[in-house]
Design a protein around this ligand. Structure first.
Ligand SMILES: *Cc1c(COP(=O)(O)O)cnc(C)c1O
Length: 501
């Protein structure tokens, strides 16, 4: 299987080349030139497999230049009991007769980004070898919280890699900061940067554009790369859990063979829900893909009208990982839904850049409106939903998952559809403990100490256990307490690179 740019330039490349490059030369995203179809027999086989076996099976269809033993080694290094607090990796929790919660947050940072970022480093280093590179990869990340920690955990002590993360000094939560500055590993570096998230991101971008500096690094044996969510190596691991969830439903006889399901996904950058779309294209019978947004409802409008318009007020919400106005991975959907019309995709992306908006064709609008359902939920309803689900089912969803549940409730009221439904749960409630606690107690939470908050939440429900990785933070050494000016980032990088692991 080969990969091409959504914008048409640059010909086709192998999977490993697409993973090493990240972004195509014309600024487009890599997409597979065909989508592999699973047979009935494949589904029967998959149903009998463990999560890791399912992952190898699905990955092998997309990463055709990887040998099977390479994939096995990558998958087993990513998904194991050391990193995940469950044997089943992505367990399906039955909430009611027709609703299932796909828990994607049992990894080391308690959010779904682990599902991709535990695997990406292994796919990347294997790809580097395949591409004949002898360089050590240096991953640079600017983060507003979740991605930085997930990338640090993913790359921690992975051979031939270094990872350096910059976070804005004011702009991450206490627990996120603690998670990052206590990171273990001989190949990691973390620094705060004076300023906000944009300052951190602009600083990292400038370094990626600085060819001279990259030549200096190359002479020292280093090659820069990013762990960005548009890398194909981050998307492909996400397809696995939708197929796996469907197989679990089959295996547990919750559904008949060929019975369609709905997937509900709390969406920001459109990566997670796009993976569900690929799972459908591979043969998972899907009735609706339900795209849940918070008050940043640019995607709701797009699904309903065919117009994407980012010219709107940015809202800071209690589901911060979905506070996004440009959903980069939507570009891949446009490519597939337009029948591979790269010229049109390039035009729309140009229009997004210059006008902040674009409108798809009537045919595409109709197709998207048929397959997807889009709705959104504000903070007040998000917190109400947490409380309602807790009271009704003794289950505590995090804020992002609550957005998805609320949107699914809107969908049911709107359509009367009774199709069995899988709701993607993207974070542990402990990760957003303050909002979750305020929802449960219907009051402002004044307690400042994060560890007291964790204890308070654990007391709310018998099954709730504080994730090991969060409770351990209190005793961990704070290794990275430095703060740098945004003009001094290169110096910080040089410093980290000098410290031989
Ligand atoms: C990143 C993230 C999302 C959004 O996922 P996308 O793939 O960007 O749509 C939702 N919830 C949580 C907790 C996240 O970290």
């Amino acid at each position: 299987m080969e990969y091409i740019s959504t914008r048409g330039a640059g010909g086709s490349v192998s999977a490993s080349a697409a993973i090493v490059k990240g972004l195509a030369t014309d600024g487009g995203l890599f997409v597979p030139n065909s989508i592999p179809m699973l047979t009935e027999q494949d589904f029967q086989d998959l149903t009998q497999m463990t999560y890791n076996q399912r992952a190898v099976f699905v990955l092998s269809r997309f990463l055709s230049d990887f040998a099977n033993d390479e994939l096995i080694s990558c998958v087993n290094s990513a998904y194991n009991r050391e990193s995940f607090e469950t044997d089943t990796i992505a367990p399906l929790y039955k909430l009611s007769d027709s609703e299932y919660i796909l828990e994607l947050w049992h990894g080391p940072t308690c959010a779904f980004k682990d599902m991709a970022l535990q695997l990406l480093p292994h796919l990347l280093t294997t790809s580097m070898k395949k591409q004949g590179s002898d360089k050590e990869v240096v991953i640079l990340v600017a983060t507003s919280g979740d991605t930085g920690k997930a990338a640090l955990e993913g790359f921690c002590d992975v051979e031939n890699t270094r990872i350096i993360v910059f976070y804005p000094v004011s702009g991450v939560s206490n627990i996120q900061k603690l998670q990052m500055i206590t990171q273990s590993g001989g190949n990691v570096g973390v620094s705060a940067i004076e300023g906000n998230f944009d300052d951190a991101q602009n600083g990292v971008k400038a370094i990626f554009e600085d060819k001279e500096y990259q030549e200096v690094l190359a002479k020292r044996g280093f090659q820069l790369s990013s762990a960005n969510s548009i890398n194909w190596g981050r998307l492909v691991p996400q397809i696995v859990y939708y197929i796996s969830a469907y197989c679990d439903l089959l295996k547990n006889e919750e559904i008949r063979p060929d019975e369609p399901v709905n997937f509900v996904v709390p969406t920001g950058n459109f990566g997670n829900i796009l993976a569900a779309y690929y799972a459908m294209r591979m043969g998972v019978p899907v009735n609706k893909l339900i795209c849940a947004s918070n008050s940043n409802n640019v995607l709701t409008e797009f699904i309903r009208t065919g117009t994407y318009n980012k010219n709107r007020t940015f809202h800071t919400t209690c589901s911060p990982s979905m506070d996004i106005l440009i959903s980069s991975n939507l570009e891949r959907l446009l490519y597939h839904v337009s029948g591979g019309d790269t010229e049109k995709v390039a035009d729309w992306m140009q229009s997004l850049k210059t006008e902040g908006m674009y409108t798809v064709t009537d045919d595409m609008k109709e197709y998207i409106d048929n397959l997807f359902y889009g709705a959104y939920c504000d903070d007040k309803h998000t917190l109400e939903t947490i409380r309602q689900i807790y009271e009704k089912y003794a289950y505590v969803p995090d804020t992002h998952t609550a957005v998805a549940i609320n949107v699914y409730q809107q969908y049911k009221a709107d359509t009367g559809d009774t199709t069995k439904t899988v709701i993607a749960s993207t974070a542990s409630p402990f990760k957003f403990n303050r909002s979750v606690l305020s929802a449960l107690s219907q009051d402002e939470i004044t307690e400042e100490d994060e560890f007291v908050l964790l204890e308070m939440l654990a007391k709310k429900q018998a099954d709730l256990k504080i994730p090991r990785s969060l409770s351990e933070l209190r005793a961990k050494e704070q290794r990275f307490t430095g703060v740098c000016d945004k003009t001094a980032m290169k110096g910080v990088i040089d410093g980290f690179l000098e410290n031989k692991a």
